[in-house]
Write a protein that binds this ligand. Sequence first.
Ligand SMILES: [Cu+2]
Length: 444
Amino acid sequence: MRRRMNMSRASSNHAKTDEYVAYDVEFLPKTGGSPATPRSRRSRRSKKQMVIPSFVLCPIPAAPFASWNQTDQGTLKMDSAKTEQASGSDPILAPQANEASQLHSGPCNTSEERCKDISNLPREKAVLTSAPNVPPSITRNHPVLLEVPLTTSTKVKQLTSQYKYEQWNFNGTVPGPFIRARVGDVVEISLTNRDETGNPHNIDCHAIQGPGGGSALTTAEEGQTKTARVRLQWPGLYVYHCAAAPVPVHIANGMYGLMYVQPAEGDLAPVDREYYVMQSEFYHEAPEIEDNGKPSSTVEFSYPNAIREEPSVVVFNGHESALTRDKPLKASVDERVRIFFGNAGPNLTSSFHVIGSNFEKVYRDGDVVSPPGQFASTVSVPPGGSTVVDMKMQVPGTYTLVDHAIFRLEKGAVGYLNVAGEPRTDIYQSEEPPAPCVGCKLHP
Ligand SMILES: [Cu+2]
């Protein structure tokens, strides 16, 4: 079943009808089933019926490259025949003069000329890494057209030691790939939707300036590829996520990742190791009882639990054992470790802490321009937010990544950083050998 809904009629706040375009309500299932898990194969088997409130529909106007003029009534009206030239930018954060000349090699007064200008940039393929790995620092001193191919699909993964869950993903992983770029780059995002359940997907990146953060340009139906070019103007660590309707469901199912935009000049000081860690929650129903009378090993998304903000699972890097059994972080004594940390939420604020260490530097909110905080122990990271922390590892052993809202440990929010090296009895000693408590998840 395919229905179109005019958003101006969907909300009483939108009095006029011609300022908003029609939207496909693609999440509605073809043949009954749960609207909260659109066109999911598992959802079609579910007996539960859920209703999505109208506020989760995506209110993002289309055609963001066109001009939008304010009417006498104060609403926005699209004028596709006109575009405006970019206004002046901050000389500290923007590309330097020689780089700017590469971006704008001549008069650039129309959209067509600006596009031509972008196409003159040298092309480069982005190095994309899956968590916990981070692409190497960018050393070039000029902007490029940076190719970022993204593919969306679904995959049933072992979410906890008990349950599997069908995650929705970018490039086959949750979280999606770490994207590293540089201020001045024009990122060419090509989003190919290979989700066989029929859901549309897109990308809203918090580094992107423009309506919807790129989502209106990249919404791709099953089998489609959508391409957008976006100029990165400001440095920082930014969350990206899918923003196809219903947005909360796409995020809750795993569609998010991080983009780090290096400053054009003066990137963060080099460290020995850089890691990518992303916290998120999953909301699932109790397992259904199979025909054999046993509970299913696969659980399904729970809209009621999500709207009550009561997650079943809180994890780092997409599943319970991502940073414990599967791939603990590693370092050696005297090394500096940097963690690019993101919180996808969708609901909980993280109190990120590494037990036994201390953040020698903390770039709060992913702000790498302001002076960092120093020697902080716990940093608050909201949903959709990020932070960068640097640690100097001094004593060998296992350090534990947690959300210091510590009961979340029982929901899976734990990761390990194993540090090798010689003991440092000058700063950490006892006459007794270390004796971690039995069964402790925090101090293995
Ligand atoms: Cu999506």
